[in-house]
Design a protein around this ligand. Structure first.
Ligand code: NAD
Ligand code: ZN
Length: 251
């Protein structure tokens, strides 16, 4: 159902719910200045993705991956949580939201104050890097300085494995524990709220469907239509920050 008085409808559904899961995509962070992928002018209209097997197979693909990442660094570094993130944080602090499942890699839910154990990062985190073989952590600023000096990010100094942002690339396996946790939380909720996702990236986009099939109510707040609008109880094609901020009473 589409609603003219969206924030009020959402407020009512929140009041009626006991266990809410919030599911976020790139759309919640556009108001923090981070472009999404699929909006007009989004990242995929400017460049094609590099698949995980290409990253493993080719030095040139690794260099290009890092070039793109460092080109985004000033944006990621400057980004601060916006009204949407703050409203989600308020719902967690009130005990209304038990878990935030995010496809985002920007770490902004954690920066907004939500405890780590309430956040499930399905696609990892780009604010740091790890060795693909031994898991050693590397900081982006350090790697960037080396890249600018040498033209490449060196292999892991512990085990010579490839170093990559701690994100899940296309073609890379999903994190098993995060997927399990997301599944459990989805099955335990009575209200599932999607904020800013085109709902076309699987398996992540399967969670709203699982929630709905399991009897939870489903709300989608997204500027554009999504393939799951037709099964949702409430669809708001509206900006996330103002809509959720108003529904939750957060500025
Ligand atoms: P997407 O780009 O496919 O879709 C984002 C959706 O959000 C669009 O449908 C757009 O209409 C909507 N949107 C944008 N700004 C909005 C706003 N202010 N209010 C309401 N709606 C808004 O994003 P996705 O579904 O998350 O899938 C993209 C993948 O890209 C994810 O897996 C994620 O890992 C990655 N990604 C992450 C970031 C980030 O961490 N901030 C940014 C870009 C991409
Ligand atoms: Zn290593």
């Amino acid at each position: 159902m589409q609603s003219a008085n969206g924030a009020a409808e959402l407020k009512r559904l929140l009041a009626e719910a006991k266990h809410v899961v919030v599911f976020t995509g790139a759309g919640i962070s556009t108001e923090s200045g981070i472009p999404d992928f699929r909006s007009p002018g989004g990242i995929w209209q400017q460049m094609t993705p590099i698949y995980f097997d290409e990253f493993l197979a080719s030095q040139e693909a690794r260099n290009e991956t890092w070039r793109r990442r460092f080109a985004m660094q000033d944006i990621f570094k400057a980004a601060a949580p916006n009204r949407g993130h703050r409203a989600v944080d308020a719902l967690v602090r009130r005990g209304k939201v038990s878990c935030v499942i995010t496809q985002n890699i920007d770490g902004l839910h954690e920066t907004s104050g939500i405890p780590r154990d309430k956040i499930v990062e399905l696609h990892g985190n780009t604010t740091y890097a790890t060795c693909l073989d031994c898991g050693e952590r590397y900081e982006i600023a350090d790697l960037r300085a080396i890249f600018e000096r040498d033209g490449a990010v060196p292999p892991c100094d512990k085990c010579l494995g490839h170093v990559k942002t701690a994100t899940v690339s296309f073609g890379q396996a999903m994190p098993v524990l995060a997927m399990q946790r997301a599944q459990q939380e989805t099955l335990a909720c009575d209200l599932f709220i999607v904020l800013g996702s085109s709902l076309v990236v699987y398996p992540a986009a399967g969670f709203p469907q699982i929630a709905k099939e399991n009897g939870a109510r489903l709300v989608i707040v997204n500027r554009e239509e999504t393939p799951l609008d037709r099964i949702a109880d409430l669809v708001l094609h509206a900006p996330i920050g103002d809509t959720l901020g108003e529904a939750v009473g957060v500025n």
